[in-house]
Design a protein around this ligand. Structure first.
Ligand code: HAM
Length: 419
């Protein structure tokens, strides 16, 4: 037996309907906001993430699946979706097309993290990105899309927290204030925080080490350093959320784990989402596209972790559509009737009705047992007398009633009965 790699999971046929439910809800919600799907490669040049996600992040420093391909190129399995979408947008000349550009994705992503509840090495995201709109309405629109998605999944105990981490100009002032605050404490702080002190002191704010947390609790807050433009932008985002009746809390300690953000950042959290708690995170990232291309294109987006969402759906007992069994199981009693069942099954499938026949050469009793196990809605029995009559004995498995139905009328009958 070869074991499954650490931090990965199989999705088995019996549970895949839950995934379909989450994915269908994601697609429907994104399409209601007029976002179109985008599909980008699972792997990219390593440089894309090093530059895009940022070389001070844990993702780039510790967590990427990077390897040299046979052409000696450094390749990385995507640790997230944003950088790839930005590359596709620029590389395909979409910046010259209609604006805003609005795209969503359902992807697998890879991070070499220590696996625990809600944290995997291969995980899945539903994400959305909106380019070209610099105003606060775009931030509110993206948050509204995320909020509708979670509400459409029937989740009730997920809370939204927002913050603003300013722009390049005001963050420079803030970094100075942070450095002055942290400098006397560096010896008591972890190695990561010491490295962040030089490169990106704001990231020290969300360190999870207990010793560091005590020190960061009293650190200066970005919200007190916002420039007038960033302040006005944040006020407008809040006003729009209030107007749309989207509840939120302001959490000054949200700085996000990726380097590309500016101004609005947000997270939706739930206690049921494992040790991490964040089911969905995002924000504005006006600098990323300029850094990767030539001209500035404002951007805002989010991504939700599907494994964590499934944990929350289960914990909240949120409504999930019932798994659909096969519509009609056709049971044959001998060689001839099995042949007829085979032909009828293909006719039903052509008419859009799911059908199954016995492939195990079981007795009639065992076929009924199996049909019950797979949740067949109807069982059509064909034996010698049915063959002579040209009709099947159709049993409704919901109420155990049966009726004789002509072979030629079976599809119409099942369609009527199913509804
Ligand atoms: P992120 O916060 O790194 O943001 O990830 C988004 C979500 O993906 C998390 O809230 C979590 O639910 C899920 N996730 C992340 N890592 C793991 C893991 N190891 N195991 C299971 N789930 C995980 C981003 O990825 C940004 N690209 C979001 C974004 C899009 N910002 C702007 N546009």
């Amino acid at each position: 037996m070869i074991n499954i790699p650490k931090g990965t999971k199989d999705v088995l046929p019996a549970e895949v309907y839950l995934w379909h439910h989450v994915e269908d809800t994601a697609r429907k919600t994104a399409e209601a906001f007029s976002f179109k799907e985008i599909r980008t490669p699972v792997f990219e040049h390593t440089e894309l993430f090093a530059r895009g996600v940022g070389d001070t992040t844990d993702i780039v420093n510790k967590e990427m699946y990077t390897f040299l391909d046979k052409g000696n190129r450094s390749i990385t399995l995507r640790p997230e979706g944003t950088a790839g979408v930005a590359r596709a947008f620029l590389g395909n000349g979409l910046a010259g097309g209609a604006m805003p550009f609005k795209a969503y994705y359902l992807i697998s992503a890879f991070r070499y993290e220590r696996p625990q509840a809600g944290r995997l090495r291969e995980f899945h995201q539903f994400g959305a990105e909106l380019y070209g709109a610099a105003g606060a309405t775009a931030d509110a629109e993206i948050i509204a899309l995320a909020d509708s998605f979670l509400k459409n999944l029937g989740l009730k105990n997920v809370s939204l927290q927002i913050n603003s981490i300013g722009c390049k100009t005001c963050r420079a002032e803030y970094h100075k204030a942070l450095k002055a605050y942290f400098a006397p404490h560096l010896k008591e702080m972890c190695a990561d925080c010491n490295a962040r002190f030089e490169k990106n002191p704001m990231r020290m704010i969300d360190c999870k080490e207990e010793g560091c947390k005590k020190i960061t609790a009293n650190a200066p807050r970005m919200l007190d350093y916002l420039c007038d433009d960033c302040k006005a932008h944040f006020e407008e985002v809040k006003n729009l959320l209030n107007a749309a009746n989207i509840k939120y809390e302001i959490n000054p300690s949200i700085v996000r784990g990726l380097d590309y953000y500016s101004r609005t950042v947000f997270e939706f959290t739930s206690e049921a989402a494992g040790a991490q708690g964040t089911v969905l995170g995002g924000g504005r990232y006006d600098g990323l596209l300029e850094q990767m291309g030539e001209k500035a294109v404002p951007a805002v987006g989010f991504a939700a972790g599907l494994e964590r969402l499934l944990m929350v759906i289960a914990a909240e007992n949120a409504p999930v559509p019932e798994e659909k069994g096969v519509s009609c199981y056709l049971a044959g009693m001998d060689g001839k009737s099995r042949g007829q069942a085979f032909v009828l099954a293909s006719e039903l499938r052509k008419a859009g009705i799911s059908a199954e026949v016995d492939l195990m050469e079981r007795s009639l009793k065992a076929q009924f047992k199996y049909a019950d196990k797979i949740g067949a809605r109807f069982v059509a029995v064909i034996g010698e007398s049915e063959l002579n009559e040209g009709a099947a004995e159709v049993k409704d498995m919901k109420n155990s009633s049966s009726e004789r139905v002509k072979f030629s009328e079976l599809a119409t009958y099942l369609k009527q009965k199913e509804n």
